[in-house]
Write a protein that binds this ligand. Structure first.
Ligand SMILES: [Zn+2]
Length: 613
């Protein structure tokens, strides 16, 4: 939306219209502005009518009553048809146990990226869900004396509850036990069968139940132990159906050689090394596993969990009864712009999955992005170590914004990262409570005392060379580029650079001095400085909103914006000039409470000493 229209629009919506400002030293400018506002109103209305006719709001915005959803072409960047949709997925999480921090991490990163894409005006589909078949699930259910389905239902509700607490806004949640998914698996299996890529053969080898996979000698540690599960693999021999992956050797290798298909770069090299060593066919059925989807032509076998689960990305898009045909899928956004995965399951997504799709004659995803592993206080997490991080206890103690902010700011998405509760508390307090929360609060306090909580001038009237205005423009560009490239930490740092500069600016300008003993002109300048800071905080809130949606909405409310205005925001609103003259602010309230209470996880001695260094 053009800056001018936005500012005027907010004027029209501003509840303060017609009220008299309390600052005597700016009453003249206020009056002259009132004329220009009434003059502009009719033309704004006309342009809105045109806009409404030209575009319709996206579904989630319609629910929230957004009148119109501008596309990012308003920004001057026209969006090609191919760019109007954005389809991303988290893995479908395995329900052998309750959701852990690793799953929460992937999901919050995917959610932040999806939220940014929605701000750009794209039609976003974020898919998440659960992978519910396989031996390990049957074992977990049996250990609790439950039927597998009963066990799955319980774990699935834990996942859904966690996503709600974490403020995850997904568009589709697929369970691999849903009938529509089973139909998709059977239909794709038939397509692959017809291509001649499935054959029956005897297989003998070392099998890790934890990985649900056979292991080569090179993939095991001493005494045939799985390096991930630290458990001895079991020797198995069965007659299975195999998928002829090796047939796609050249195509898959070329795909991974393409820059950008597998990210980050280090992971791409790893995959490339593995593929160049020669692809081997893999078995796609299990004779010994009853908890799964039966192979249509041979019900004595069930579909291998990975072949089953990967197809969930497809069934998530399709309504019940709609066939998995290329046309139907493409109409719903297929293929994915990106699959977000942990590095431990990259091979299945970067190699097996493209092979399956090539065989079925379906388009390949555009990108597979693998993130790293999490440690706690510098140590690998594990049940035996007793240091497993429970996302729910963190959320209960600190709330979604703090948890999302820490993991997405402190860990470079794509690399391994560490959680330390001490570090967590330090950075959340330093940035969310102090740099942002405090800045807003004390600026509002001064505005209340000296201007009756009403903006004496519009943010757009702040000179173009104002240091906050200059920096905000630079950092908004930086944040946009960072979000586009999934560099979430960098996008957040852009926002924090503005709030940090805002604090410095307040010290430099010291508006409280001018209010106390300055001339009318100095008071006017001091009031304008408050407007500049508040506008900067508004921009920070928008930049950070994909990661801290709750905090950002509280900041917007604190700036006198309605929930509808917040819900209908677009990325183009990061342009300077959103706060209108005469905007009335509610009573200043802290938007983020400092963390003071005791830590909730085991803060080990080594962590304390590490933090003290
Ligand atoms: Zn394993």
């Amino acid at each position: 939306m053009p800056l001018k229209v936005l500012t005027m629009l907010q004027h029209r919506l501003s509840p303060s219209m017609g009220r008299t400002l309390q600052c005597p030293w700016i009453s003249i400018s206020r009056q002259s502005h009132a004329h220009s506002v009434s003059h502009c109103q009719s033309s704004i209305f006309a342009s809105n009518v045109l806009r409404d006719a030209a575009r319709s709001a996206w579904p989630w915005q319609q629910q929230r009553g957004c009148k119109s959803a501008a596309s990012s072409s308003d920004n001057g960047n026209s969006v090609s048809a191919d760019n109007r949709t954005f389809f991303a997925t988290t893995p479908l999480y395995y329900v052998n146990a309750e959701p852990h921090m690793g799953s929460a991490y992937t999901t919050m990163a995917a959610d932040a990226i999806a939220r940014f894409q929605r701000l750009l005006g794209r039609r976003v589909t974020l898919v998440t869900g659960t992978d519910e078949h396989g031996e390990k699930i049957a074992e977990a259910a049996a250990a609790k004396g439950q039927q597998p389905q009963e066990h799955c239902d319980g774990v699935v509700s834990a996942f859904k509850g966690l996503w709600e607490e974490l403020d995850i806004r997904y568009d589709s949640f697929i369970r691999t036990t849903e009938p529509k998914h089973e139909a998709v698996v059977k239909s794709i299996l038939s397509r692959v069968w017809e291509t001649g890529d499935i054959y029956k053969a005897k297989y003998e080898g070392w099998y890790c139940v934890g990985c649900e996979a056979y292991k080569d000698d090179s993939e095991m540690e001493g005494d045939h132990a799985c390096p991930t599960h630290k458990k001895r693999c079991v020797e198995r021999e069965e007659e299975n159906y195999f998928f002829a992956l090796s047939k796609y050797q050249n195509q898959i290798q070329a795909l991974i050689e393409e820059e950008g298909f597998v990210q980050p770069e280090a992971r791409r090299n790893e995959m490339l090394g593995w593929v160049r060593a020669g692809l081997r066919d893999f078995s796609i059925s299990r004779a010994a596993v009853a908890w799964g989807i039966p192979i249509p032509l041979d019900p004595s076998q069930t579909v291998y969990v990975w072949f089953d689960a990967l197809l969930g990305y497809m069934s998530a898009l399709l309504p019940e009864g709609v066939e998995a045909q290329p046309k139907e899928l493409q109409a719903r956004g297929w293929p994915a712009n990106v699959h977000f995965v942990g590095k431990d399951i990259l091979r299945f997504h970067a190699v097996y999955w493209p092979g399956m799709l090539m065989s079925a004659g379906l388009p390949i995803p555009k990108k597979i992005f693998a993130h790293g592993f999490l440690t706690k206080d510098g140590m690998k997490m594990g049940k035996s170590l007793g240091n497993v991080l429970d996302p729910r206890s963190l959320l209960k103690a600190y709330g979604a914004d703090a948890v999302r902010f820490y993991f997405l700011k402190e860990i470079v998405f794509g690399q391994d990262g560490d959680f330390s509760e001490l570090r967590f508390r330090d950075i959340v307090n330093a940035y969310l409570a102090n740099s942002i929360g405090n800045l807003l609060n004390r600026t509002q306090g001064l505005l209340k005392k000296n201007c009756s909580s009403m903006l004496p001038v519009a943010a757009s009237s702040i000179p173009a060379d104002n240091p906050l205005r200059v920096l905000a423009a630079e950092q908004a560009d930086r944040a946009e580029a960072a979000y586009q490239d999934f560099r979430l930490h960098d996008a957040l740092e852009a926002g924090l650079a503005i709030s940090n500069r805002g604090n410095l600016y307040m010290e430099e300008v010291a508006p409280w001095t001018a209010f106390k003993k300055g001339s009318d002109a100095e008071k006017h300048a001091a009031a304008a400085a408050l407007v500049a800071v508040l506008e900067a905080v508004r921009i920070v809130a928008l930049i950070m909103s994909p990661v801290t949606p709750g905090l950002s909405s509280r900041i917007y409310a604190g700036l006198g914006m309605s929930p509808e205005q917040f819900d209908c925001l677009r990325w183009s609103d990061v342009q300077w000039g959103g706060l209108p003259e005469g905007q009335s602010m509610p009573k200043p309230q802290p938007v983020f409470a400092r963390i003071e209470a005791d830590p909730v996880t085991d803060v080990s001695v080594s962590a304390v000493s590490m933090a003290a260094q």
